[in-house]
Design a protein. Sequence first.
Length: 145
Amino acid sequence: MTRIDFYILAEQALDQQHRFACQLAEKALLRGHSVLLQVNNEAEAQQLDQLLWTFRANAFVPHELLPDANPEQPALVSIGWDTEGGHQHDVLINLASELPPFFARFQRLIEVVVQHDVVLDYTRKHYKFLKDRGYPIHNTDMRLR
């Protein structure tokens, strides 16, 4: 069964959600995992693509946008916005307002929560949906750190 993690941040700005997701992707990559960062649309994917190169001065997170992916040599970190999710990854970091229908094929689903009304609304819906279906949910409250 997919492990579900909600990271609850103190920040209110939407860009902080993406910055934290970049940090999580880097950490997962360093631990040998492959990551799909799921966003709402191509414009968000392009923004996240740029942020993965700049979120930290010495960060290096090689990645690809899924429509441009090379199926013979897929990157370990991908950014997607469609309903297919590309090749198999083991970690899904969902930044989209909808829970992707393919989330259950991942070992781990991560939701990043910032204190922004829109994000709070959809992540609460995701939480309820997952809890009602019996998924093990783990909360990490970054506000306490």
